[in-house]
Design a protein around this ligand. Sequence first.
Ligand code: AP5
Length: 215
Amino acid sequence: MNLIFLGPPGAGKGTIAKRLLDRFSLLQISTGDLFRENIKGQTEVGMKAKGFMDRGELVPDGIVIEMLKGRIAQDDCKGGVILDGFPRTIPQAEALAADSSVTIDKVVNFVVPDDVVVSRLCGRRICPTCGRIYHTVNMPPKVEGVCDDDGVALIQRDDDQPDAIQHRLVVYRDQTEPLIAFYRSRGMLADIDGALPDVGAIVESAALILEQLQG
Ligand code: AP5
């Protein structure tokens, strides 16, 4: 089973994906996380991507597609993946459709209004060690600013600053939102309400879609 999680920045794609992985034996592939790992490791891909990411722009399609294809060809992806944040443009979706090694079973579209996105991203904090995602108000750690699992100081992403957030929303409307019509016209799209404050309820509505795919 291979899925795409589609939605605006801060829709909760990563948060919900992480809660489904064990239950459905899936692997999460986040192109954003892959780029952040490359930046940390100071690789050529990371150096090319950093400026675009910090400004809230998309990394050029050629770089993203090459990186994603390399990752998805690895053995640990054979059991099924959740693609989180890929594709984000029509050319990326077309490149994925042309790749005969991956069949996408469903595209889960997280519907979340802009005001919710902004408040989620402004308050997001991340553990740099394990990647666990927190929110200062909605999902705070037990001890302020410290990961429950690692005891490490939480960080704020460079692109979770107000100007970059606004720009990411504009980029989303312009370049990523057209994918909703692209996948809906192919009968592949399922919408879920990603704005619910109860994360468990969103997990269950996504899980229902996955269970239906499993038959
Ligand atoms: P990426 O890392 O993919 O960022 P994004 O799509 O902007 O999405 P996020 O990871 O920011 O949000 P999310 O939906 O996963 O939300 P989360 O679960 O964290 O990409 C970063 C950059 O990399 C891009 O801007 C681009 O430059 C580049 N890039 C990546 N992929 C690319 C591609 N394919 N092509 C080109 N460039 C690419 O939740 C957000 C917050 O809300 C958290 O604090 C969480 O605790 C909270 N929250 C979540 N759900 C709820 C809820 N139900 N109730 C209350 N709070 C909640």
